[in-house]
Design a protein around this ligand. Structure first.
Ligand SMILES: Cc1cc2nc3c(=O)[nH]c(=O)nc-3n(C[C@H](O)[C@H](O)[C@H](O)COP(=O)(O)OP(=O)(O)OC[C@H]3O[C@@H](n4cnc5c(N)ncnc54)[C@H](O)[C@@H]3O)c2cc1C
Length: 403
């Protein structure tokens, strides 16, 4: 009997790869091993669930068992892969070993944790999975100062995810404070003027900002009193703030412990070539744990080299899963990313951003209210940002971008 295709990870990358694979190959055995339940949900909904009054269970769009049945998958849920042995095509779990024909790593990323002082530092939450969201949701309902209508939330990080949560929470009546070492929200992706517009829009919802500083300590407001849940948050600038809940949204780091231990080449993610092959035969990677090939590809040895990028967004996964399914079913397919604008879910000021490639020379130019283009030294459009009603210009602006 031939060995199955094994996929590790039941996030968007794992399930989408299997769905695309099944379109091309209805018969080959597929095993999905995942540390979580395997229930299918759209992770982007985690940062706008409150506005839609949806709790954790309502975010599951298809239960794991139904996914497995529909896609003819042997599902090993709540099962962590502990080791990979590329020499023998084996994966090891607590329940035993399995042999693969091909292996797909779709193990995602983990939230970066700051090392903080204080007796409540361990209570700082991050949201990068449905389980994380369930914990956050439960705490948000429980931690409420007696006199306050809604729990006060302090968010560390005014990047894309931090601002989306700020909008969702402030928009549903939670007092929200944002702390970030930068001087403006989503400063890494947006031109200064767009960033200022977003700041004004969220300020309009009551969001308070603390820029140019970081959180250094989180303590119980009343030592020994865990009942009220109130916390003192100390900032590097010496300021002290009060909150009922602290959410860390300072970024993600690809999960590379497992592949590194198996001898796979990793940098900011698992290095893959244009066909999503890792440095070991029969092992592929995509999604938040992958570092997609850059220009410096060694054609002579087909070895993945550094220089690529991680792309922790939905559209890269959809494109990568399609290409990988074709390769896994015998049609070697190189992944060529199209332009992939990202919609930022801040309804107070909707934003679409198509960022230029990292390190690209050029400048942002405002072409009309709500539209910015990133132009290189040859005046070619390499990216754009749209705000407010101009977000409906996504298609028109996309056509102008030179990839
Ligand atoms: C709050 C939030 C909002 C977002 N909004 C947007 C948006 O609006 N637009 C957009 O484009 N992107 C958005 N993103 C990013 C997007 O959701 C992610 O890029 C995508 O969901 C990642 O999917 P993944 O399958 O690679 O990883 P994950 O969803 O993290 O899945 C990883 C899987 O691997 C499993 N796993 C890990 N290690 C092991 C192991 N050793 N053994 C077994 N299983 C293991 C986990 O249990 C999990 O099932 C958002 C992200 C967040 C956190």
């Amino acid at each position: 009997m031939s060995h199955p295709l094994i996929v590790i990870g039941a996030g968007l990358a794992g399930w989408t790869t299997i769905r695309e694979f099944r379109k091309l190959d209805p018969d080959t055995a597929v095993t999905l091993i995942t540390a979580d339940s395997g229930d299918f949900y759209a992770k982007p909904t985690l940062s706008n669930a409150f506005a839609q009054q949806r709790g954790p269970s309502q975010l599951v769009t298809t239960p794991a068992a139904r996914m497995a049945e529909t896609l003819k998958v042997t599902l090993l849920a709540h099962t962590e892969v502990l080791a990979i042995d590329p020499a023998q095509n084996l994966v090891r779990t607590g329940q035993g070993e399995l042999t693969y024909r091909d292996l797909v790593l779709a193990t995602g990323a983990h939230a970066i944790r700051l090392s903080l002082a204080g007796d409540a530092a361990e209570q700082v939450l991050s949201v990068n999975s449905l389980d994380d969201f369930a914990a956050f949701h439960a705490r948000l309902l429980a931690e409420r100062a007696p006199e306050a209508a809604k729990a006060r939330v302090l968010i560390m990080g005014a990047g894309l995810i931090g601002c989306e949560f700020a909008n969702d929470l402030a928009g549903t009546g939670h007092p929200v404070q944002l702390v970030d070492p930068a001087s403006a929200p989503i400063a890494a992706l947006l031109p200064a003027q767009a960033s200022a517009e977003l700041k004004d829009a969220l300020t309009g919802l009551g969001v308070q900002w603390h820029f140019g500083t970081t959180v250094t300590a989180v303590d119980q407001a009343n030592a020994g009193d865990t009942a009220s849940g109130a916390m003192h948050v100390t900032l590097a600038n010496g300021q002290s703030l009060e909150a009922d809940l602290v959410l860390s949204a300072i970024g993600l780091r690809a999960n590379t412990t497992l592949p590194l231990a198996a001898g796979l080449q990793c940098e900011r993610g698992v290095l893959v070539d244009a066909c999503l092959r890792t440095s070991q035969p029969h092992i592929y990677a995509l999604g938040d744990n992958a570092q997609y090939a850059g220009q410096d590809w060694d054609l002579a040895t087909s070895a993945p080299l550094s220089g690529g990028r991680t792309l922790p967004y939905v559209m890269p996964i959809m494109n990568a899963a399609k290409a990988l399914a074709a390769t896994l079913t015998g049609t070697r397919t190189e992944l060529v990313f199209p332009l992939m604008p990202v919609g930022i879910k801040t309804p107070a000021l909707p934003i679409v951003v198509a960022p230029p490639a990292p390190g690209m020379a050029g400048e942002w130019h405002s072409t009309s209210p709500g539209i910015w283009q990133f132009r290189d030294p040859d005046d070619q459009v390499r990216g754009f940002v749209l705000t407010g009603t101009q977000t409906n210009q996504r298609m028109a602006q996309s056509k102008l971008v030179v990839l």
